[in-house]
Design a protein around this ligand. Structure first.
Ligand SMILES: *Cc1c(COP(=O)(O)O)cnc(C)c1O
Length: 380
């Protein structure tokens, strides 16, 4: 490779063909009549909200989900007109934005609903909204025991249209489903109270990926999928769908090669000392790009083989041991997350390095890394 070519020192590749396959496999797995909402919050977990949302819509997503109004506006500004559910809590100012841009807010209390209703009346509009019911997560929503009465009250407001009622699982992807089933029971009791009051809800939804995979009795009308279309499972124990694979790879190139002599130290803090002469590669990626801050820990793939990170990594650089790959040269491609040859470093491998979950690693890759979208060619 010529160094005059414009290359970023490190970048993220998103495999749109695999994304398309993931959606096709999910669609084949979805029971008939079960709709899905694509959760595109936090830049679609770092994958690029607009690209992922567009692919989701093409794959049949009936709705998109974000948590901030800005995230929803980014989708609107990129020409996406699909309904967007803005989850979480809203300020009064944000309610006006929701109306102006046709966003569907999720409402958690009577006060906010009244504000929304007033704004809708002022504009002589009818505004769609969903209500969240807290069934045990203790985050957003009306407490389950009070929810039916609140929903009945809000259902009376003529300037608002209650389109959905949702809840969220605190633990849907572990083997022990005791609490998930308790939450489900609370939600079902609340829905039964609504039925008794002759209130029917167009869209009832409770499941994230874990619930979709493992709690078919909790599917209701729609599931909210975030991580699964990206090819990553929320836990090691939830059900698998054959063929689903990660779409994100994080890559860089060898920027320099150093020859270490016996006794040389490597990196900040002098955490590594060479016990024999060997080569190391300098990579232009560090914790400032979202890689965990590590000390003699972690591996990358070079020529399809694992190279160990040695010394402490920096904000912008890390050093890896080239002892096992004498053929490695400057500007060779390096994989930090993803496949190379027959080996793969998974997002879970990286999550272990900082004692966290895959969600945190995916959404933790910084904007500094350009996202490159790849596709083999035309698709029908
Ligand atoms: C993030 C989120 C989801 C998506 O969860 P996944 O496990 O990524 O599928 C669903 N619902 C709500 C309320 C969320 O905040």
């Amino acid at each position: 490779m010529s160094t005059s070519q414009k290359v970023h020192p490190a970048w993220i590749e998103i495999d749109l063909d695999q994304l398309h396959r993931n959606f096709a496999l999910i669609r084949a797995d979805l029971p008939a009549n079960l709709r899905f909402l694509m959760v595109a919050k936090d830049n679609a977990y770092g994958h690029g909200a607009v690209e992922i949302a567009q692919a989701a819509i093409n794959a049949g997503a009936c709705m998109l989900g974000t948590v901030t109004v800005d995230e929803a506006l980014q989708l609107r500004q990129n020409g996406i007109s699909t309904p967007i559910l803005v989850m979480g809590e809203r300020t009064d100012a944000e309610l006006a934005e929701c109306i102006a841009h046709n966003l569907t807010p999720c409402i958690n209390d009577v006060h906010t609903a009244a504000k929304l209703a007033k704004l809708a009346e002022q504009q002589q509009r009818q505004v769609d909204f969903h209500i969240e019911v807290d069934t045990g997560m203790s985050r957003y929503g009306v407490r389950w025991s009070k929810a039916a009465a609140v929903i009945a009250e809000l259902n009376q407001i003529t300037s608002l249209r209650l389109q959905g009622v949702m809840s969220h699982f605190a633990m849907s992807d572990e083997l022990d489903k005791t609490f998930a089933n308790q939450q489900l029971q609370r939600f079902e009791d609340m829905l039964a109270q609504l039925t008794a009051r002759n209130i029917s809800i167009p869209t009832r939804h409770m499941c994230n990926t874990g619930g979709f995979l493992d709690l078919p009795h909790a599917h209701f009308d729609m599931v909210r999928l975030g991580i699964l279309p990206l090819g990553v499972y929320p836990s090691a124990v939830c059900r698998r769908i054959a063929g689903i694979a990660p779409i994100m790879a994080v890559k860089t190139r060898i920027a320099a090669i150093q020859e270490l002599a016996f006794g040389d130290s490597v990196g900040y803090g002098m955490c590594y000392t060479a016990e024999k002469p060997h080569r190391l590669a300098v990579l232009l990626i560090g914790y400032g790009d979202g890689y965990p801050r590590v000390r003699n820990q972690g591996e990358v793939l070079i020529h399809g083989q694992r190279a160990r990170i040695i010394g402490g990594n920096a904000m912008d650089a890390m050093m890896v041991d080239l002892s096992a790959m004498p053929q490695a040269q400057r500007w060779d491609e390096v994989v930090l997350q993803g496949k190379q040859g027959n080996d793969e470093i998974s997002v879970h491998d990286i999550a272990k390095l900082k004692d966290t979950v895959s969600y945190d690693v995916l959404s933790g890759w910084r904007e500094r890394l350009p996202r490159v979208y790849q596709t083999e060619g035309e698709r029908p």
